[in-house]
Design a protein around this ligand. Structure first.
Ligand code: ZN
Length: 149
């Protein structure tokens, strides 16, 4: 098996270079801006929810590699999921990168997103990884602005 740290680096670099679901949605039911003042990450999220399911989701903005890779993987992970399932993932992700949820010991729905668990050892990067999820939560709750502060 590959070194998890190496895998993490590879996935971050690859998603940063070719982010999935990057752009804007013309028609969307939910929308929010996210800002991480510590790093300067800026994120805009467009979500189209129908019948309680995230039909489509895109993000725009600029940020560091961890922020962009997290947004790329987040959008891919929640597309097609119910709003409840997406919010549960947001909680799990935040818990994991804060070191409050051990994905090896606690049942979770994060799948390959567990590759971000090493972020918990990089305190200055935690907010970069969490920003897309915080913005998702704000958008789904009808708030237009998310901040990691
Ligand atoms: Zn950042």
């Amino acid at each position: 098996m590959a070194d998890p740290r190496e895998l993490y680096q590879q996935v971050i670099l690859e998603h940063n270079k070719k982010p999935r679901n990057f752009g804007k949605l013309e028609a969307c039911s939910h929308h929010a801006h996210g800002h991480n003042p510590l790093c300067g990450d800026q994120l805009e999220l467009f979500i189209d929810v129908k019948d309680g399911i995230i039909q489509d989701i895109k993000f725009d903005g600029h940020g560091c590699a961890i922020d962009v890779a997290s947004a790329s993987l987040m959008t891919g992970a929640v597309k097609g999921k119910t709003v409840e399932a997406a919010e549960a993932m947001a909680d799990e992700f935040r818990g994991m990168v804060r070191g409050e949820l051990d994905p090896a010991a606690t049942p979770h729905t994060l799948g390959k997103l567990t590759l971000f668990q090493g972020v918990k050892d990089l305190p200055s990067r935690v907010k970069c990884a969490v920003l897309p999820w915080a913005t998702l939560r704000s958008a789904l709750q009808g708030e237009d602005v998310a901040s990691t502060e």
